[in-house]
Design a protein around this ligand. Structure first.
Ligand SMILES: Nc1ncnc2c1ncn2[C@@H]1O[C@H](COP(=O)(O)OP(=O)(O)OP(=O)(O)O)[C@@H](O)[C@H]1O
Length: 124
């Protein structure tokens, strides 16, 4: 392996390390993220117990990934807003509330899709 390849691998490894430490920091600081991860474990256990099909399981993993990813982006927006201003500002509020709305929308849609999957599995 030459020097250029080693550098590329090192950079890749560093960015994985940064992403994992960002995730662990958010997990330590955000109650919502802990709740969502706990809910994800329950959803996966329940899905396994009713023997959902492989394709439904893949969809459930995508939905869980979507909720967690959006929560992490929401957390990043909150941090950025807090960095920009400590004051009460309507635009700061709009930014935080809009980011929170993104999580809310995806979570509601994920819950609806999960209910459809459960019904389709139990009553097909
Ligand atoms: N600088 C600000 N100016 C105006 N309103 C703000 C400001 N910071 C926060 N808020 C309001 O307070 C709410 C809670 O903000 P906070 O930063 O405490 O997020 P949070 O409670 O950690 O949110 P979440 O539960 O989504 O993690 C925001 O959604 C927003 O409506």
């Amino acid at each position: 392996m030459n020097g250029r390849h080693l550098r590329v691998h090192k950079r890749l490894f560093e960015s994985f390390k940064d992403a994992i430490s960002g995730f662990l920091l958010a997990l330590a600081q955000e109650r919502n993220l802990k709740i969502q991860l706990a809910a994800a474990v329950l959803v996966l256990c329940f899905s396994w117990s009713i023997r959902v099909s492989l394709i439904y399981l893949v969809i459930i993993f995508v939905l869980i990934g979507g909720v967690i990813s959006l929560e992490l982006i929401n957390t990043a927006v909150e941090r950025l807003v807090d960095l920009v201003t400590k004051e009460n500002h309507p635009i700061a509020k709009a930014a935080k509330d809009t980011a929170a709305a993104a999580v809310w929308w995806f979570s509601v849609m994920a819950a609806v899709i999960f209910i459809v999957i459960v019904c389709a599995t139990l009553f097909h």
